[in-house]
Design a protein around this ligand. Sequence first.
Ligand code: G3H
Length: 254
Amino acid sequence: MKYLMAANWKMYKNRQEAQKTASELFAKIGTMPEDRELVIFAPFTAIETTAESFKKNGQPVKGFSVGGQDLYPASEGAYTGEISPGMLIDAGATWVLTGHSERRAIIGENNAFVGQKTAFAMNAGLKTCLCIGETLAEREAGKLNSILEQQIKEGVKDLSEDFNPDDFAVAYEPVWAIGTGKVAGVEEITEAHNLVRSVLIKLFKEKGKQIRILYGGSVKPDNATQIIKLDNVDGVLVGGASLQSESFAKIVLA
Ligand code: G3H
């Protein structure tokens, strides 16, 4: 299983900025170590330029991928403002995020809709990273386990039985640790990731052991090594610290 080192650029970077950061990253990392791969979840308008920055002699380079931050679960149609998996693929994306906590909180996406998106993306041939995580209030009310279990179950409920576990990942991002500088402690990360793993095994048996579980929430160059060493942590999903090539390159090579 390769570590998945993912950047979520959120609503930052125009095409020129994306091209600059991606090219710098490409140069700083050079050959991607065999035990890991990188994906940049870029804004829709910057997917193509980011994917182009990761090519050598016009060919995509192993270990460097680009994804979209969201999709609409339909191939095409009258869905003003939305984007289809086919459009993401056409722009150069091979991955997509579903269920990011900012979309759940700001746009109001619920577990059922996130589940529809996840299955639709996978069926359309996009590798998919389902994001889950509890708010501080939910954690303090002792609901950590039930919230995560529910988000996973509903998030994967329509996945077809024969999906490839390399093409699906779950990102655990405690909402209280996103963009706050408050990284979850080693014990908190271990507890949550073990729980996610046990739910995945309950749902998918052997295959559940091969699905990558990423941690997200204030990952920085100085805590990344410690985090990815933990059991059941198979990568990271990085927001703020992924915007600069210098800090994200350090994290990718942690
Ligand atoms: O998707 C990434 C997360 O929202 C983490 O963001 O690294 O800025 O805390 P952050």
